[in-house]
Design a protein around this ligand. Sequence first.
Ligand SMILES: Cc1cc2nc3c(=O)[nH]c(=O)nc-3n(C[C@H](O)[C@H](O)[C@H](O)COP(=O)(O)OP(=O)(O)OC[C@H]3O[C@@H](n4cnc5c(N)ncnc54)[C@H](O)[C@@H]3O)c2cc1C
Length: 272
Amino acid sequence: MTYFSTSQLLEIGDVPFVSHGEKPTRRESLEYFRRVFESWNLNAKFYELVEDVKKKKDHFEVHTSKDKYQAKTVIVSTGFYGLPVLMNVPGEHLSKVRHYYDEPHPYVEQKVAIIGAANSACDVALELFYRGADVTMIVRSGEISERVKYWIKPNIENRIKEGSIKAYFKSEVTKIKEDTIEINTPDGHLSLENNFVLAMTGYQPDFKFLQKIGIKFTDDPEPELIYDDTTHESSVPGLYLAGVVCGGMRTNKFTIENAREHAHKIISHLIK
Ligand SMILES: Cc1cc2nc3c(=O)[nH]c(=O)nc-3n(C[C@H](O)[C@H](O)[C@H](O)COP(=O)(O)OP(=O)(O)OC[C@H]3O[C@@H](n4cnc5c(N)ncnc54)[C@H](O)[C@@H]3O)c2cc1C
């Protein structure tokens, strides 16, 4: 899988991208998208949840948490970060357990367990380690995921090898308590001192919402959304799908780079 390796890959239309490093950072990317929004004078509604999209005879009715809109065409690009994949273990509801990561400073000098070994887990483990947290990874499989970005994988593997980041492979969380985390490892049960748990166990699209608005899925253990690959129109005429949501449970199928063509396909079809 190729991730964007130059800032050019992010450029949209005539808004230039400015990055200070080899790879754009999250902050630089967000600032860039903000400038695109500003310079194109896009009409956006913030903090407004779409609750339903109803197909009428010749238009759609979009029901949100604040209002109701009419549209000839609807493009759904809701991503998959809305719903975390839960561990379903006792103690998961404690406030020290987080399924979303924001910034490292709350974790300085803290004992942090990171669950998982895919991209998010590795990014978070490294960032926290470099900011002085005591990081332990708990990984169900026997190794760091093959999907981890090629410039991150050697770094995390070397930190684990040298012992700066502790890692328990083929291990699972069984219980989380206020001051400890209980895990099953190949060498038996362990109780580790713990201040925070960052469950980087993945996310999934909101299938209930997608089903409600008429989207169909493949009959697969990892269902994908059904749409016309050349136009990205779903089985509901006039309702299009774009971005990583198209991959359904195959959440690694689309990245920023290979999802860019979705917009071109949709707009080309609309202006035909
Ligand atoms: C730590 C991390 C590192 C990453 N690194 C890379 C990388 O290096 N390269 C790369 O290509 N990708 C990377 N990704 C993946 C990248 O973030 C996604 O590919 C990209 O954001 C997907 O864009 P999207 O527009 O499809 O979905 P999203 O960016 O997830 O946008 C979906 C939007 O829809 C909104 N939404 C959802 N449901 C509703 C609703 N009902 N009503 C209203 N709004 C709704 C959400 O709030 C969100 O704003 C990374 C992801 C993470 C977490």
